[in-house]
Write a protein that binds this ligand. Structure first.
Ligand code: CMP
Length: 139
């Protein structure tokens, strides 16, 4: 039976450093199936829309500048318990707090340039996946 899904982005810092392959390998080795994947560059406006929930936060402007500064890789991933298991695999938002062996511990540079994004709930995973992929690309 198919598992459930989460949405991820490999962020500009990790793409620029040549870490796409290593990060995808960690995802696959942890049991995630890649349902959909694309490399693209966000405009500042599109990054702003994606992170709209953080609009009032002090880091919003820097975050959207950063997320539009270079290409990203957007992914829909499938596995049982996908959202929670993926958050475990990537580690804490701030790499200083991330556990050994997590993607952020290995590849993140800072709380902003933190290598990867992972959805925080099933509903957000659905919304975020639909933001990047047409229905025909995620079936
Ligand atoms: P992400 O999981 O993509 O969701 C929001 C992002 O905002 C987060 O990862 C961080 O990269 C970024 N961010 C920058 N500063 C902060 C902060 N002080 N607290 C939380 N997130 C932050």
């Amino acid at each position: 039976m198919a598992g459930n899904r989460t949405f991820s982005m490999i962020k500009p810092d990790a793409v620029a450093e040549g870490n796409i392959g290593a990060i995808l390998k960690m995802m696959e080795e942890a049991g995630f199936r890649i349902v959909a994947m694309k490399k693209t560059q966000l405009s500042k406006a599109t990054a702003g829309k994606f992170y709209e929930v953080h609009k009032e936060r002090p880091f919003y402007n820097d975050l959207t500048d950063y997320m539009s500064s270079g290409p990203i890789v957007a992914l829909i991933l499938e596995k049982d318990n996908a959202v929670a298991d993926f958050r475990k695999l990537i580690g804490a938002t701030n790499p200083a707090d991330a556990e050994e062996g997590t993607i952020r511990k290995l590849y993140a540079k800072s709380i902003e340039a933190n290598a990867v994004h992972g959805s925080d709930a099933d509903e957000t995973a659905q919304q975020e996946g639909s933001f990047f992929f047409a229905e025909t690309e995620r079936s």
